[in-house]
Design a protein around this ligand. Structure first.
Ligand code: NAD
Length: 356
């Protein structure tokens, strides 16, 4: 049966990198991939068109789709808008509307890029880490939130970090299930020494681990985890953590691999439906220049094939094609090093398609 893919390009470099990912999907269609694409607006582009960063039509297209391919949202142009209609609100809104509670962020170092990392090659060579970030709860969604004026006239900003046991259990399950297919080690990251909500996180993860005797669970405070990620990242197999801690740690992990432009992500609901996007943002500083790295978005397509479209061989083919173009020495500016061939966004996309 034909699977429906919603394509939401978004803002900044979003449209440029999504075009390259769509080229890859089109190429795979020639080999029998039975999909139909439907395009929708999100973020600043949607705000400009309809006054909201997440139009109802985009929600409808996404709800009807089997998988969603997203570029990125945001940019200077919309920074002064009220927070309720900023592009980023569209992103949080769609994650929440589709109940995409599990964000998988692999950090894999392609051996060809060991020199592109700011860390020593021996620290990062062979890195293969999966960060599982809770995505629809925690401080980004907790109520109450806002800015109020106190009796003395001073303003006070406030947010609420809240996690239910059920939310911790379901994200924990995702992490343990993935670990069973990898090296069977889960490190749960929290701040249980100072935050009660993450004390509950730790207790719940510990109880959950009893149902997974083959998986080794460890706990780490987030400040230590940030340090360990740059000190000895290969100690980790699967890391599971809260929405905000995962947001920060996964950007940190991205640099271990050389560039934020290399890392895909998947955000899944309870039935395996997913939204697939690069972990980076809309990079307004380089938008429209044909220099953005499209590989994170192309690798997001591979994750879509693996987790939602059940086409693991096609997923493998994309990952192999990316490796092939890196072997050939092709590099976008963000991963460029001496002696390599610098290419633009569209040339990189074309090279992956050719390698397929
Ligand atoms: P960013 O990820 O957009 O950019 C950070 C740095 O990485 C920039 O120097 C950028 O040029 C570079 N970069 C990012 N992607 C790249 C790529 N594919 N190839 C080469 N270089 C790349 O983060 P930021 O600057 O903090 O945010 C810019 C905008 O993106 C903001 O409006 C922010 O809210 C938004 N944002 C959106 C998402 C998303 O849509 N998922 C995520 C993060 C930030």
């Amino acid at each position: 049966m034909t699977k429906k893919i919603a394509v939401l390009a978004g803002d900044g470099i979003g449209p440029e990198i999504v075009v390259e990912a769509v080229k890859v999907l089109d190429r795979l269609k020639q080999d029998g991939l039975d999909i139909e694409l439907e395009h929708g607006l999100i973020g600043g582009a949607a705000y400009d068109e309809s006054g909201t960063p997440l139009p109802d039509e985009t929600i409808a297209i996404s709800q009807a789709a089997d998988g969603i391919l997203l570029g990125a949202v945001g940019g200077y142009k919309w920074e002064s808008l009220d927070i309720s209609v900023r592009p980023e609100k569209g992103l949080l809104g769609i994650r929440s509307a589709l109940n995409l509670f599990a964000n998988l962020r692999p950090a894999i170092l392609y051996p060809q890029l060991a020199d592109a990392s700011t860390l020593k090659a021996e620290v990062v060579a062979g890195l293969d880490l999966m960060i599982v970030r809770e995505l629809t709860g925690g401080i980004y969604f907790g109520q109450p939130r806002g800015v109020r004026t106190l009796e003395n006239g001073e303003k006070e900003g406030f947010n609420t970090l809240v996690y239910k046991e059920s939310e911790i259990n379901r994200i924990g399950k995702v992490a343990f299930d993935i670990a069973q297919k990898r090296q069977s080690r889960v490190c749960s990251v929290d701040k249980a020494n100072v935050l009660e909500s993450t004390e509950l996180w730790r207790e719940t993860m510990t109880s959950l681990a009893e149902g997974y005797p083959s998986v080794e669970l460890s706990h780490m405070y987030v400040d230590n985890a940030a340090m360990q990620l740059v000190r000895a990242p290969k100690q980790f197999d699967v890391m599971v953590t809260t929405n905000m801690f995962g947001d920060i740690l996964s950007d940190c992990a991205s640099m271990l691999t050389g560039s934020i432009g290399m890392l895909p992500s998947a955000s899944l609901d309870e039935n395996g439906k997913g939204m697939y996007e690069p972990i980076h943002g809309s990079a307004p500083d380089i938008a429209g220049q044909n220099i953005a790295n499209p590989l994170a978005t192309i690798l997001s397509v591979a994750m879509m094939l693996r987790y939602t479209l059940e086409q693991p061989e096609m997923a493998d083919r994309i990952e192999k094609a990316v490796s092939t173009v890196l072997d050939k020495g092709l590099r976008t500016a963000d991963i460029f090093s001496e002696g390599m061939t610098k290419v633009g966004t569209s040339e990189m996309g074309d090279a992956v398609v050719a390698a397929l």
